[in-house]
Design a protein around this ligand. Structure first.
Ligand SMILES: Cc1ncc(COP(=O)(O)O)c(C=O)c1O
Length: 467
């Protein structure tokens, strides 16, 4: 029976890719050719939230910049977190071209040098003794592998994860994810045994504890968010794994000691700890992995996105050797598991990150940018919170600092003003401007972006009679 159109709820205004503010922007920003191209794109592709229908047409991506068909350049402070080394890095393009000539593909049952070299490199840079690797084509697939591995290794099937988390679009990933968008009843029953707890989010503590300047008051809250993970692990008694982003991409950084407490709870209850570092891995937070800030080693780490250098799709699961328990079965059987071109891209990307000191750049320039954003917060009444680590930064907009009511319309207005000023980024959770620049951004580019941002927030707040 054909699906009735009415079974699909209408997208809510302001949050979808069809908001009135976006239509206003498009009316001024898009010429005839762009409109025609967008109409064809919308006619050809399945529509879904935050992609099709698309915003604009991209014709060029180079370094930290993207350029649209109208010739407008934007500093890309979103980049889906794939562009750590900037777009189109010449050294990466050369390595990919040479690899295509040397060996363009390897069927999965054959070993090849680039795949082995990348696996060795990942074992070198990964925390602790994580060293057994499996490659997939995308992050969502890598999450599925991690979940299956946890089941196989523990003989258990339940998981604990965070509300509001995103772990990918597969059934397993959607089940452990905590965003309504990916868990709707349209896709039917999700995996059984996927428990969720409220995440750390100190500025908006789900348990209602007060904060000061976004920092938790641990004497009061006693880190209830970490205790709740232990509580669920103890009540269930047979959880296979806790899966989470060590620094949440919204962003929110964990309170000090959070991951040590969760690691201990996992160890006490025989559950594995899986860190999803798909957006945060490879230097985004100013350390090679976000969990390095916390000194906590997971049992399984998943990475992707930036690993392909902003050109090719590749993701990886890396586990401690003791978890290599299912050699007679196959749950990561992806066609491109040993692809020499994507693995060469991964290896070269990491070498570029190391040789160009990009992790250090994210640490020092990220600290500088966060200082500037804190300074902005002191001057602008609509900035409720500034948070982040390295090049994972968030600016949460509110109607007023005391009441903290989320200013979602304002955030959208700021976004379109920034696009007009040449800066692109993403809004998370409705009112958080999420800035994730590529690790190659320079001080001048950072200053330019923050100047555009401050002007946009100031003007949009004034126009809305706020702050
Ligand atoms: C935390 C996290 N996990 C998993 C994924 C899924 O990765 P992919 O889009 O490569 O499937 C994403 C993608 O945005 C992500 O941010």
């Amino acid at each position: 029976m054909p699906i009735e159109k009415s079974a699909v709820p209408a997208p809510s205004e302001g949050e979808s890719n069809a908001s009135p503010r976006r239509r206003d922007w498009a009316a001024g920003a898009l010429g005839d050719e762009s409109r025609k191209a967008l109409a064809e794109d919308a006619a050809l592709f399945l529509h879904q939230s935050v992609s099709t229908p698309c915003l604009s047409v991209i014709t060029k991506a180079e370094g930290p910049w993207i350029e649209d068909a109208e010739g407008r350049r934007y500093l890309d402070f979103h980049g889906n977190n794939v562009h750590h080394i900037g777009y189109g890095h010449p050294r990466l393009k050369k390595a990919i071209a040479e690899q295509m000539d040397a060996l363009p593909f390897a069927p999965r049952r054959f070993a090849c040098e680039p795949a082995t070299a990348l696996a060795r490199k990942l074992a070198d840079i990964a925390p602790g003794d994580l060293s057994k690797v499996l490659f997939t084509t995308g992050g969502s697939d890598a999450v599925e592998v991690a979940l299956k591995l946890a089941r196989a290794a523990t003989g258990r099937f339940k998981t604990v994860s965070f509300w509001d988390a995103f772990h990918g679009a597969g059934f397993g990933a959607s089940s452990v994810g905590g965003e309504q968008l990916f868990r709707s009843n349209l896709i039917g029953p999700l995996l059984a045994g996927t428990e969720h707890v409220a995440p750390f989010a100190c500025y908006r503590c789900p348990y209602g504890y007060p904060e000061t300047d976004g920092q938790p008051n641990l004497d009061l809250c006693k880190m209830t968010c970490a205790n709740m993970v232990r509580y669920v692990l103890e009540k269930e008694g047979d959880v296979a794994a806790v899966i989470a982003e060590p620094a949440r991409a919204v962003p929110f950084v964990p309170p000090p000691g959070f991951w040590a407490a969760v690691r201990q709870a996992c160890d006490d209850m025989g559950a594995l700890l899986i860190f999803d570092e798909i957006p945060t891995g490879l230097g985004k937070t100013g350390r090679m992995f976000a969990c390095d800030h916390d000194g906590v080693v997971p049992d399984i780490l998943v990475m992707g996105k930036g690993l392909g250098g902003g050109i090719l799709p590749i993701a990886a699961v890396i586990a401690r050797p003791g978890l290599d328990v299912a050699g007679d079965y196959a749950f990561g059987h992806y066609t491109h598991e040993k692809n020499p071109v994507t693995t060469r891209a991964g290896l070269t990307t990491i070498e570029i990150i190391e040789d160009e000191n990009l992790v250090e750049n994210a640490a020092t320039l990220g600290a500088y940018a966060l200082d500037r954003l804190h300074d902005m917060k002191g001057r602008l009444g609509v900035i409720g919170d500034v948070r982040g680590r390295g090049f994972l930064m968030g600016v949460e907009l509110v109607m007023d600092k005391a009441g903290k009511a989320p200013a979602a319309d304002l955030a959208e207005n700021v976004l379109y003003r920034c696009l007009d000023g040449g800066l692109s980024f993403k809004i998370s959770m409705g009112n958080t401007l999420t800035l994730t620049p590529p690790l190659v951004v320079t001080r001048d580019q950072m200053d330019l972006a923050l100047d555009v941002l401050e002007t946009a927030i100031t003007d949009a707040a004034r126009a809305a009679g706020l702050g």
